[in-house]
Design a protein around this ligand. Structure first.
Ligand SMILES: [Zn+2]
Length: 257
């Protein structure tokens, strides 16, 4: 069984807040992504566990809206903490590799290493459902650190043929295949938009953002600048653009090649 406990940390970046998941089978439970250290949220997680016996705390990646409560909660529940690697405010007791299984009751989750949003990102498969962390979000596009790794990780999860996605933010997604295809198409479309902007005279990252991310809230402009920068690195590797890093990221000069 999969139960969601919403953390009270809504924001531009986290949507309604972080989804903490409680997976249970045969009286045992795993806690996935306990989120930031918020006492009321910890109380809600423990209440949701009820009479279940917790056997582990697991994180999808080490961002501050997902992982910092994992270690304190692991201590409190007296269970091991699982994750890909160390991060800020996070240290796994058990380092989880791609393909590794974590057992609870008669069930198990299987880790799928999905770098791109962060290098340390894991999705977890349970039956025909994939817990996607920030690899795929309900209702918003994902901020990425590595455009090529991210696209490859989208192809990877598409090939898992799961039917349902439980994201780290936003509602569950029932048409998994269609939504993953939309994410892939969105990445390819973004690349095309950036190349079109450059072809039409955009000479800096700031110019590209003005065209490609014209409708984003002002509070997300810095993130958009960085997203273009991340995508330019892939386009450079694909021999599509040259760029010269500017004093500020936004001033980085770009031209087609
Ligand atoms: Zn994240």
């Amino acid at each position: 069984m999969i139960e969601r406990v919403l953390a009270p940390n809504p924001s531009l970046y986290t949507g309604p807040g972080t989804n903490t998941y409680i997976l249970s089978a045969d009286g045992e439970a795993l806690v996935i992504d306990p989120g930031p250290v918020i006492e009321s949220h910890e109380i809600e997680i423990i209440a949701a566990l009820g009479s279940l016996t917790p056997v582990g705390v697991v994180v999808t990646h080490t961002h501050p809206d997902h992982a910092p409560m994992a270690n304190p909660l692991g201590v409190r529940l007296k269970v091991p903490v699982y994750g890909y690697t160390d991060g800020p405010s996070f240290r796994p007791d058990v380092a989880v590799a791609d393909g590794q299984e974590i057992v609870f009751g008669g069930s198990r989750i299987t880790a799928v290493h999905t770098p791109g949003h962060t290098p340390d990102h894991l999705c977890f498969r349970v039956g025909d459902t994939l817990l996607t962390g920030d690899h795929i979000m309900g209702g918003s596009s994902v901020i990425i650190e590595d455009a090529r790794a991210y696209l490859n990780s989208l192809y990877l999860v598409r090939d898992l043929d799961v039917v349902r996605l439980e994201p780290g933010h936003g509602p569950a997604i029932d048409d998994a295949g269609a939504v993953i295809d939309q994410y892939i198409e969105h990445r390819i479309e973004r690349e095309r938009q950036i190349l079109d902007a450059v072809a039409n005279g955009a000479g800096t990252i700031g110019d590209i953002v003005d065209v490609v991310y014209a409708d984003i809230p002002a509070g997300l402009r810095a993130a958009a600048v960085h997203q273009v920068s991340v995508q330019l690195k892939k386009l450079f590797d694909d021999s599509a653009v040259w760029f010269v890093v500017g004093m500020a990221e936004e001033q980085t000069e770009v031209r087609a090649r």
